[in-house]
Design a protein around this ligand. Structure first.
Ligand SMILES: *Cc1c(COP(=O)(O)O)cnc(C)c1O
Length: 391
Protein backbone atom coordinates (compact mmCIF):
# COMPACT_ATOMS: atom_id res chain seq x y z
CA UNK A 1 0.00 0.00 0.00
CA UNK A 2 1.37 3.44 -0.80
CA UNK A 3 0.81 6.06 1.85
CA UNK A 4 0.68 9.82 1.90
CA UNK A 5 4.16 11.29 2.41
CA UNK A 6 3.26 12.66 5.85
CA UNK A 7 2.50 9.07 6.92
CA UNK A 8 5.53 7.50 5.23
CA UNK A 9 7.88 9.87 7.01
CA UNK A 10 6.65 9.00 10.48
CA UNK A 11 6.93 5.20 10.58
CA UNK A 12 10.35 3.58 10.75
CA UNK A 13 9.15 0.05 9.97
CA UNK A 14 11.05 -1.32 12.93
CA UNK A 15 8.16 -3.55 13.98
CA UNK A 16 9.07 -7.19 14.14
CA UNK A 17 12.72 -6.30 14.79
CA UNK A 18 14.57 -6.29 18.11
CA UNK A 19 12.50 -4.63 20.89
CA UNK A 20 10.11 -3.17 18.25
CA UNK A 21 11.12 0.37 19.17
CA UNK A 22 9.24 3.31 17.63
CA UNK A 23 12.50 4.61 16.19
CA UNK A 24 15.19 2.61 14.46
CA UNK A 25 18.03 2.66 17.01
CA UNK A 26 21.23 4.51 16.28
CA UNK A 27 23.61 1.83 14.96
CA UNK A 28 26.72 3.72 16.00
CA UNK A 29 29.18 1.18 14.72
CA UNK A 30 31.83 1.62 12.07
CA UNK A 31 32.27 -2.09 11.37
CA UNK A 32 30.25 -5.34 11.39
CA UNK A 33 31.17 -8.91 12.33
CA UNK A 34 31.46 -11.34 9.40
CA UNK A 35 31.00 -14.97 10.42
CA UNK A 36 31.26 -16.40 6.92
CA UNK A 37 34.54 -15.68 5.14
CA UNK A 38 33.82 -14.34 1.67
CA UNK A 39 30.11 -14.15 2.48
CA UNK A 40 27.81 -11.27 1.53
CA UNK A 41 26.94 -9.51 4.80
CA UNK A 42 24.21 -6.87 4.64
CA UNK A 43 26.61 -4.32 6.12
CA UNK A 44 30.38 -4.59 6.51
CA UNK A 45 31.68 -1.04 7.03
CA UNK A 46 29.62 2.07 7.81
CA UNK A 47 31.09 4.30 5.10
CA UNK A 48 29.80 1.82 2.52
CA UNK A 49 26.39 1.47 4.15
CA UNK A 50 24.64 1.10 7.50
CA UNK A 51 21.10 0.61 8.80
CA UNK A 52 20.54 4.28 9.67
CA UNK A 53 21.64 5.54 6.26
CA UNK A 54 19.65 2.80 4.57
CA UNK A 55 16.45 3.89 6.33
CA UNK A 56 17.06 7.58 5.59
CA UNK A 57 17.82 6.90 1.93
CA UNK A 58 14.62 4.87 1.55
CA UNK A 59 12.65 7.81 2.96
CA UNK A 60 14.43 10.31 0.71
CA UNK A 61 13.62 8.19 -2.36
CA UNK A 62 9.96 7.88 -1.35
CA UNK A 63 9.72 11.62 -0.77
CA UNK A 64 10.85 12.41 -4.31
CA UNK A 65 8.94 9.53 -5.94
CA UNK A 66 12.23 7.93 -6.93
CA UNK A 67 13.74 4.44 -6.82
CA UNK A 68 17.13 5.31 -5.33
CA UNK A 69 18.02 7.76 -2.55
CA UNK A 70 21.49 8.79 -1.37
CA UNK A 71 22.42 10.77 1.75
CA UNK A 72 25.52 12.98 1.74
CA UNK A 73 27.47 14.85 4.38
CA UNK A 74 26.33 18.23 2.98
CA UNK A 75 24.29 19.69 0.15
CA UNK A 76 27.48 20.73 -1.61
CA UNK A 77 28.81 17.20 -1.13
CA UNK A 78 25.67 15.86 -2.86
CA UNK A 79 26.28 18.28 -5.76
CA UNK A 80 29.99 17.38 -5.87
CA UNK A 81 29.09 13.69 -5.99
CA UNK A 82 26.64 14.24 -8.87
CA UNK A 83 29.29 16.15 -10.82
CA UNK A 84 32.01 13.57 -10.06
CA UNK A 85 30.03 11.01 -12.06
CA UNK A 86 31.26 13.02 -15.10
CA UNK A 87 34.72 12.70 -16.62
CA UNK A 88 37.38 15.02 -18.01
CA UNK A 89 36.20 16.70 -21.20
CA UNK A 90 32.50 16.64 -20.27
CA UNK A 91 30.41 19.83 -20.37
CA UNK A 92 27.61 21.02 -18.08
CA UNK A 93 25.13 23.90 -18.51
CA UNK A 94 23.88 25.63 -15.36
CA UNK A 95 22.08 28.84 -14.33
CA UNK A 96 24.05 32.10 -14.05
CA UNK A 97 22.43 32.68 -10.63
CA UNK A 98 23.11 29.16 -9.29
CA UNK A 99 23.77 28.76 -5.52
CA UNK A 100 27.11 30.44 -4.72
CA UNK A 101 28.73 27.26 -3.37
CA UNK A 102 27.81 25.41 -6.58
CA UNK A 103 29.37 28.20 -8.63
CA UNK A 104 32.59 28.06 -6.58
CA UNK A 105 32.73 24.26 -6.88
CA UNK A 106 32.36 24.35 -10.65
CA UNK A 107 34.53 27.40 -11.41
CA UNK A 108 37.33 27.00 -8.89
CA UNK A 109 37.60 23.25 -8.41
CA UNK A 110 36.07 21.08 -11.13
CA UNK A 111 37.41 23.13 -14.04
CA UNK A 112 40.88 22.06 -12.80
CA UNK A 113 39.84 18.50 -13.67
CA UNK A 114 38.89 19.57 -17.19
CA UNK A 115 35.12 19.49 -16.70
CA UNK A 116 33.62 22.49 -18.52
CA UNK A 117 30.74 24.70 -17.48
CA UNK A 118 28.58 27.25 -19.27
CA UNK A 119 26.21 29.50 -17.33
CA UNK A 120 22.97 30.75 -18.88
CA UNK A 121 19.93 32.81 -17.91
CA UNK A 122 17.74 29.91 -16.83
CA UNK A 123 14.46 31.81 -17.08
CA UNK A 124 14.46 30.99 -20.79
CA UNK A 125 14.79 27.20 -21.42
CA UNK A 126 16.00 27.87 -24.99
CA UNK A 127 19.22 29.22 -23.51
CA UNK A 128 20.06 25.69 -22.36
CA UNK A 129 19.42 24.28 -25.81
CA UNK A 130 21.55 26.97 -27.48
CA UNK A 131 24.51 26.22 -25.18
CA UNK A 132 24.61 22.46 -25.91
CA UNK A 133 27.85 21.16 -27.47
CA UNK A 134 28.84 17.62 -28.50
CA UNK A 135 30.57 17.35 -25.08
CA UNK A 136 27.48 18.30 -23.04
CA UNK A 137 26.40 15.54 -20.63
CA UNK A 138 24.30 17.28 -17.98
CA UNK A 139 21.83 20.16 -17.69
CA UNK A 140 21.59 21.59 -14.19
CA UNK A 141 18.67 23.63 -12.83
CA UNK A 142 17.89 25.29 -9.50
CA UNK A 143 14.35 26.66 -9.21
CA UNK A 144 13.35 28.94 -7.60
CA UNK A 145 16.76 30.56 -7.67
CA UNK A 146 18.25 32.69 -4.96
CA UNK A 147 17.97 35.48 -3.90
CA UNK A 148 15.67 36.91 -6.62
CA UNK A 149 13.48 33.80 -6.97
CA UNK A 150 13.76 33.38 -10.72
CA UNK A 151 11.86 30.39 -12.06
CA UNK A 152 12.98 27.75 -14.56
CA UNK A 153 10.37 25.69 -16.39
CA UNK A 154 11.51 22.18 -15.38
CA UNK A 155 9.35 20.36 -17.97
CA UNK A 156 10.70 22.52 -20.81
CA UNK A 157 14.34 21.87 -19.83
CA UNK A 158 13.56 18.15 -19.33
CA UNK A 159 12.21 18.01 -22.91
CA UNK A 160 15.44 19.56 -24.20
CA UNK A 161 17.50 17.10 -22.13
CA UNK A 162 15.53 14.12 -23.52
CA UNK A 163 15.83 15.28 -27.13
CA UNK A 164 19.60 15.58 -26.78
CA UNK A 165 20.03 12.43 -24.61
CA UNK A 166 21.37 14.41 -21.65
CA UNK A 167 20.70 14.05 -17.95
CA UNK A 168 18.84 16.79 -16.10
CA UNK A 169 19.62 17.48 -12.43
CA UNK A 170 17.44 19.82 -10.35
CA UNK A 171 18.41 21.40 -7.01
CA UNK A 172 15.02 21.27 -5.24
CA UNK A 173 16.16 22.70 -1.88
CA UNK A 174 13.81 25.70 -1.74
CA UNK A 175 10.58 23.85 -2.58
CA UNK A 176 11.18 20.55 -0.74
CA UNK A 177 9.68 17.26 -2.02
CA UNK A 178 6.42 18.27 -0.33
CA UNK A 179 5.69 20.98 -2.90
CA UNK A 180 7.72 20.11 -6.01
CA UNK A 181 8.85 16.77 -7.44
CA UNK A 182 11.27 17.25 -10.36
CA UNK A 183 11.43 13.52 -11.24
CA UNK A 184 7.69 13.65 -11.99
CA UNK A 185 8.36 16.62 -14.29
CA UNK A 186 10.97 14.75 -16.34
CA UNK A 187 14.21 15.38 -14.44
CA UNK A 188 16.64 12.48 -13.95
CA UNK A 189 18.29 13.60 -10.72
CA UNK A 190 17.00 15.60 -7.73
CA UNK A 191 19.37 17.25 -5.29
CA UNK A 192 18.69 18.74 -1.84
CA UNK A 193 20.60 20.61 0.75
CA UNK A 194 18.97 18.68 3.61
CA UNK A 195 20.53 21.26 5.92
CA UNK A 196 17.53 23.46 5.07
CA UNK A 197 13.88 22.32 5.26
CA UNK A 198 14.50 18.55 5.35
CA UNK A 199 16.50 18.90 8.57
CA UNK A 200 14.54 21.99 9.58
CA UNK A 201 16.18 22.65 12.95
CA UNK A 202 19.37 24.48 11.92
CA UNK A 203 21.57 21.73 13.31
CA UNK A 204 22.50 18.98 10.82
CA UNK A 205 24.51 19.69 7.65
CA UNK A 206 23.41 17.14 5.06
CA UNK A 207 22.54 16.57 1.41
CA UNK A 208 20.41 14.23 -0.67
CA UNK A 209 20.24 12.86 -4.20
CA UNK A 210 17.32 10.87 -5.63
CA UNK A 211 17.05 9.22 -9.05
CA UNK A 212 15.14 6.61 -11.04
CA UNK A 213 18.05 6.02 -13.41
CA UNK A 214 19.71 2.63 -12.72
CA UNK A 215 23.03 3.52 -14.35
CA UNK A 216 23.25 6.88 -12.60
CA UNK A 217 22.38 5.26 -9.25
CA UNK A 218 25.27 2.85 -9.69
CA UNK A 219 27.64 5.65 -10.67
CA UNK A 220 26.74 7.85 -7.71
CA UNK A 221 26.98 4.99 -5.22
CA UNK A 222 30.54 4.46 -6.47
CA UNK A 223 31.27 8.13 -5.71
CA UNK A 224 29.52 8.06 -2.31
CA UNK A 225 31.44 5.01 -1.17
CA UNK A 226 34.64 5.62 -3.11
CA UNK A 227 35.17 9.23 -2.09
CA UNK A 228 33.53 9.02 1.35
CA UNK A 229 30.84 11.66 0.81
CA UNK A 230 28.09 9.66 2.58
CA UNK A 231 26.28 11.10 5.62
CA UNK A 232 27.51 9.96 9.05
CA UNK A 233 25.48 7.41 11.03
CA UNK A 234 24.57 9.91 13.74
CA UNK A 235 23.42 12.58 11.29
CA UNK A 236 21.40 9.98 9.36
CA UNK A 237 19.57 9.14 12.58
CA UNK A 238 18.95 12.81 13.44
CA UNK A 239 17.77 13.69 9.94
CA UNK A 240 15.38 10.72 9.93
CA UNK A 241 13.86 12.09 13.15
CA UNK A 242 13.57 15.64 11.80
CA UNK A 243 11.95 14.41 8.58
CA UNK A 244 8.99 13.10 10.57
CA UNK A 245 7.68 16.65 10.90
CA UNK A 246 8.68 17.93 7.45
CA UNK A 247 5.16 17.94 6.03
CA UNK A 248 3.59 19.87 8.91
CA UNK A 249 6.59 22.22 9.27
CA UNK A 250 6.64 23.15 5.60
CA UNK A 251 2.87 23.65 5.44
CA UNK A 252 2.85 25.90 8.50
CA UNK A 253 5.94 27.88 7.45
CA UNK A 254 4.35 28.47 4.05
CA UNK A 255 1.07 29.64 5.59
CA UNK A 256 3.01 31.99 7.89
CA UNK A 257 5.07 33.30 4.95
CA UNK A 258 1.93 34.06 2.99
CA UNK A 259 0.49 36.03 5.92
CA UNK A 260 3.71 38.04 6.17
CA UNK A 261 3.73 38.72 2.43
CA UNK A 262 0.12 39.88 2.61
CA UNK A 263 1.13 42.31 5.33
CA UNK A 264 4.32 43.53 3.60
CA UNK A 265 2.60 44.08 0.25
CA UNK A 266 0.51 46.85 1.82
CA UNK A 267 3.39 48.51 3.64
CA UNK A 268 4.62 51.86 2.24
CA UNK A 269 8.24 51.16 3.31
CA UNK A 270 8.48 48.07 1.09
CA UNK A 271 9.66 48.52 -2.50
CA UNK A 272 9.29 45.09 -4.07
CA UNK A 273 8.50 41.52 -3.05
CA UNK A 274 9.98 38.45 -4.73
CA UNK A 275 7.88 35.32 -4.19
CA UNK A 276 7.71 32.16 -6.33
CA UNK A 277 3.99 32.00 -5.56
CA UNK A 278 3.54 35.02 -7.85
CA UNK A 279 4.93 33.16 -10.90
CA UNK A 280 2.57 31.26 -13.20
CA UNK A 281 5.44 29.08 -14.48
CA UNK A 282 6.25 28.14 -10.88
CA UNK A 283 2.64 27.34 -10.01
CA UNK A 284 2.42 24.97 -13.00
CA UNK A 285 5.19 22.79 -11.51
CA UNK A 286 4.84 23.31 -7.75
CA UNK A 287 1.95 23.24 -5.32
CA UNK A 288 2.59 26.69 -3.87
CA UNK A 289 5.22 29.37 -3.40
CA UNK A 290 6.88 27.94 -0.29
CA UNK A 291 8.13 29.65 2.85
CA UNK A 292 10.97 31.86 1.59
CA UNK A 293 10.69 35.22 -0.15
CA UNK A 294 12.70 38.33 -0.88
CA UNK A 295 11.84 41.98 -0.37
CA UNK A 296 13.45 45.36 -0.87
CA UNK A 297 13.18 48.33 1.41
CA UNK A 298 12.17 51.49 -0.44
CA UNK A 299 14.88 53.32 1.41
CA UNK A 300 17.71 50.87 0.84
CA UNK A 301 20.24 52.88 2.83
CA UNK A 302 18.34 52.07 6.04
CA UNK A 303 18.91 48.31 5.91
CA UNK A 304 20.99 48.35 9.11
CA UNK A 305 18.39 50.47 10.96
CA UNK A 306 15.78 47.88 9.98
CA UNK A 307 17.90 44.98 11.25
CA UNK A 308 18.69 46.81 14.51
CA UNK A 309 14.99 47.26 15.23
CA UNK A 310 14.01 43.61 14.62
CA UNK A 311 13.82 41.32 17.65
CA UNK A 312 12.71 37.90 16.45
CA UNK A 313 14.43 36.71 13.25
CA UNK A 314 17.87 35.20 13.35
CA UNK A 315 19.97 37.40 11.06
CA UNK A 316 22.09 34.83 9.25
CA UNK A 317 22.72 32.74 6.17
CA UNK A 318 20.70 29.54 5.66
CA UNK A 319 16.97 28.91 5.53
CA UNK A 320 14.33 26.32 6.25
CA UNK A 321 14.66 26.25 10.05
CA UNK A 322 11.90 26.32 12.65
CA UNK A 323 13.13 29.83 13.46
CA UNK A 324 12.58 32.73 11.06
CA UNK A 325 15.87 33.60 9.35
CA UNK A 326 16.56 36.96 7.76
CA UNK A 327 19.42 36.98 5.25
CA UNK A 328 21.13 39.94 3.65
CA UNK A 329 22.46 38.61 0.32
CA UNK A 330 24.46 41.79 -0.39
CA UNK A 331 26.74 41.26 2.62
CA UNK A 332 26.36 37.50 3.11
CA UNK A 333 25.82 34.91 0.35
CA UNK A 334 26.67 37.23 -2.56
CA UNK A 335 29.35 39.41 -0.95
CA UNK A 336 32.11 37.84 -3.08
CA UNK A 337 30.58 39.16 -6.31
CA UNK A 338 32.18 42.52 -7.28
CA UNK A 339 29.91 45.38 -6.21
CA UNK A 340 28.96 46.75 -9.67
CA UNK A 341 27.99 43.24 -10.87
CA UNK A 342 26.07 42.60 -7.65
CA UNK A 343 24.09 45.82 -8.07
CA UNK A 344 23.51 45.18 -11.78
CA UNK A 345 22.05 41.79 -10.87
CA UNK A 346 19.59 43.43 -8.48
CA UNK A 347 21.40 42.34 -5.31
CA UNK A 348 21.33 45.75 -3.65
CA UNK A 349 21.90 46.87 -0.05
CA UNK A 350 18.16 47.04 0.69
CA UNK A 351 17.40 43.47 -0.43
CA UNK A 352 16.52 40.91 2.24
CA UNK A 353 15.51 37.26 2.14
CA UNK A 354 13.15 35.94 4.75
CA UNK A 355 12.79 32.24 5.52
CA UNK A 356 9.68 32.12 7.64
CA UNK A 357 9.65 29.74 10.59
CA UNK A 358 7.06 28.44 12.99
CA UNK A 359 6.72 31.39 15.35
CA UNK A 360 3.27 32.85 15.81
CA UNK A 361 2.68 34.87 12.60
CA UNK A 362 0.99 37.79 14.40
CA UNK A 363 4.07 38.16 16.59
CA UNK A 364 6.31 38.13 13.51
CA UNK A 365 4.14 40.78 11.85
CA UNK A 366 4.22 42.94 14.98
CA UNK A 367 8.02 42.70 14.99
CA UNK A 368 8.25 43.66 11.29
CA UNK A 369 5.74 46.44 11.82
CA UNK A 370 7.82 47.94 14.59
CA UNK A 371 11.05 47.72 12.56
CA UNK A 372 9.46 49.10 9.39
CA UNK A 373 8.15 52.11 11.30
CA UNK A 374 11.75 53.01 12.07
CA UNK A 375 12.81 52.96 8.43
CA UNK A 376 9.58 54.48 7.18
CA UNK A 377 9.66 57.44 9.58
CA UNK A 378 13.35 57.93 8.92
CA UNK A 379 12.84 57.73 5.19
CA UNK A 380 10.14 60.40 5.35
CA UNK A 381 12.45 62.60 7.41
CA UNK A 382 15.41 62.03 5.05
CA UNK A 383 13.19 62.59 2.04
CA UNK A 384 11.82 65.87 3.36
CA UNK A 385 15.33 66.97 4.37
CA UNK A 386 16.56 66.24 0.86
CA UNK A 387 13.66 68.23 -0.59
CA UNK A 388 14.40 71.12 1.73
CA UNK A 389 18.10 71.22 0.86
CA UNK A 390 17.45 70.96 -2.89
CA UNK A 391 14.67 73.58 -2.66
C1 LIG B 1 22.43 25.62 1.14
C2 LIG B 1 22.28 25.24 -0.29
C3 LIG B 1 23.16 24.35 -0.90
C4 LIG B 1 24.38 23.78 -0.20
O1 LIG B 1 24.02 22.96 0.84
P1 LIG B 1 24.94 22.71 2.16
O2 LIG B 1 24.11 21.77 2.94
O3 LIG B 1 25.14 24.06 2.77
O4 LIG B 1 26.22 22.15 1.68
C5 LIG B 1 22.92 23.99 -2.22
N1 LIG B 1 21.89 24.51 -2.90
C6 LIG B 1 21.02 25.38 -2.35
C7 LIG B 1 19.88 25.89 -3.16
C8 LIG B 1 21.19 25.78 -1.03
O5 LIG B 1 20.34 26.65 -0.48
Amino acid sequence: MSHHKATQLIHDNNRGKTYQSANLPLYYSSTYHQHELGGQPEYDYARSGNPNRQLLETKLAELENGKYGFAFNSGISAITSVLLTLKAGDHVILPDDVYGGTFRLTEEILTKFDIHFTTVNAENPENFENAITPQTKLLYVETPSNPLFKITDIRAVADIAKRHHLLLAVDNTFMTPIAQNPLDLGADIVIHSATKFLGGHSDVIAGAVVTNDDAFAKAIYLIQNGTGTGLSVYDCWTLTQHLKTLDVRFKQSTANAQQLIHYLEQHPAIGKIYYPGNSTVHLKQAQHGGAVFGFKLKNEALAQTFVDALEIPLVSVSLGGVETILSHPYSMSHAAIPQPIREARGITFGLFRLSVGLENPETLIADLDHALKEVYDESIIKHSEAQRSSG
